[in-house]
Design a protein around this ligand. Structure first.
Ligand SMILES: [Zn+2]
Ligand SMILES: [Zn+2]
Ligand SMILES: [Zn+2]
Length: 351
């Protein structure tokens, strides 16, 4: 069982997951925590289903699976309790690392990535993410679920076989709180400024925190409109999904994938929007690969916290691991990006 500890300097939770026995030598550069080889076959390949805990869900037909969800063998979060914080004196606070940790095997094919998924697989992966988020949302102790795909060792992947992870945790994490603040701040600014629709929404609304129809004051709906008008940071526009290099990109070739239809929760998105997002992600990653080669990257899904109706618009970040997060970034949280997003988008758009 892992443990949560509160960093009193930042107010953010840290997870101590010391269960997977790690020796100092395991941190040597370029070494994987979990290697596969002839003596250790890939547990995510077809034929090795017995090497993982029994599947929670499988997707496919004719007895063979295309997408598979299994519990993580080394969960960073496990247990069904709520966030039960224990104070140890005036500074130290801890809580059990309750939650859910699942692995999403993206395809039966070992040597590919999201960029190589077929139309059907890309859709099924998104259906699987939706289904798991829905399931996590049924558990009152799970406050937020982070869905990620790490590709390549520099991005943290410990197994080559393309897979993602779903981590259901008993608190809303700092990064999400910051983004939720961003949506709320934009709505307030819009209300105070010239946006008449937004003003009416906020003043007339019993809920300054947002109702279901507050598209006019949604930060990302506004971004979609402005970026479509401007055009030069757009990588792809399928009509249903917009992929941009955001104005505020902190790293080279960073992309933001925004389903155009306003929806807070990924789990409530329409099947058509989910399929379109899976394919747009695939196409964006293919362009990235064509441009810079097989780089490591993180795909980070952001959706509104469970049991929560705050302002939000679900979206996906693609963060290529091209440059390192060095001392200045570590010290300040201020990133230095050596490729302007306008130029990154132009390069990613080019055939
Ligand atoms: Zn494999
Ligand atoms: Zn929106
Ligand atoms: Zn986000």
């Amino acid at each position: 069982m892992s443990q949560l500890r509160l960093d009193p300097l930042t107010g953010r939770w840290v997870t101590i997951a010391a269960e997977r026995a790690t020796r100092p030598a395991d941190f040597a550069p370029r070494r994987l925590a979990v290697e596969t080889g002839p003596d250790r076959p890939c547990p995510f390949c077809p034929g090795h289903e017995e090497d993982t805990p029994p599947a929670l869900e499988t997707y496919g037909h004719d007895g063979s699976w295309l997408v598979r969800v299994v519990p993580n063998l080394y969960p960073a979060f496990s247990g069904s309790g709520r966030l039960e914080v224990t104070r140890i004196g005036p500074v130290f606070e801890q809580a059990p690392g309750n939650g859910i940790h699942e692995v999403l095997v993206l395809t039966p094919r070992h040597d590919v990535g999201w960029a190589d998924l077929g139309d059907k697989e890309a859709g099924l992966v998104m259906a699987a993410v939706r289904d798991r988020l829905e399931e996590h949302g049924r558990q009152s102790a799970v406050r937020y679920t982070q869905t990620i795909v790490n590709h390549g060792r520099e991005a943290g992947a410990s197994l080559e076989h393309p897979h993602g992870q779903l981590l259901g945790i008993p608190f809303v994490p700092g990064e999400l709180l910051d983004e939720l603040d961003g949506f709320a701040r934009f709505a307030r600014t819009a209300a105070a400024g010239s946006g008449i629709g937004a003003l009416a929404d906020v003043e007339g609304g019993a809920d300054a925190e947002g109702g279901a129809d507050d598209v006019g004051a949604c930060l990302l709906c506004q971004v979609v409109e402005l970026e479509r008008d401007a055009g030069h940071r757009v990588v792809l526009d399928t009509g249903t999904v917009l992929v941009i290099c955001p104005f505020w990109s902190g790293s080279p070739y960073e992309m933001l994938v925004v389903p155009v239809g306003h929806e807070r929760h990924l789990a409530r998105a329409t099947p058509a929007d989910l399929v379109a997002t899976g394919r747009a992600l695939r196409d964006a990653l293919t362009r990235l690969q064509q441009l810079v080669g097989d780089v490591a990257y993180n795909v980070v899904f952001h959706t509104a916290p469970h049991h929560d109706d705050a302002r939000f618009h679900w979206h996906v970040h693609i963060v290529p691991r091209i440059t390192s997060y060095a001392g200045f970034e570590q010290g300040t949280g201020v990133r230095i990006n050596i490729v302007a997003p306008e130029s990154a988008a132009a390069q990613l758009r080019a055939p």
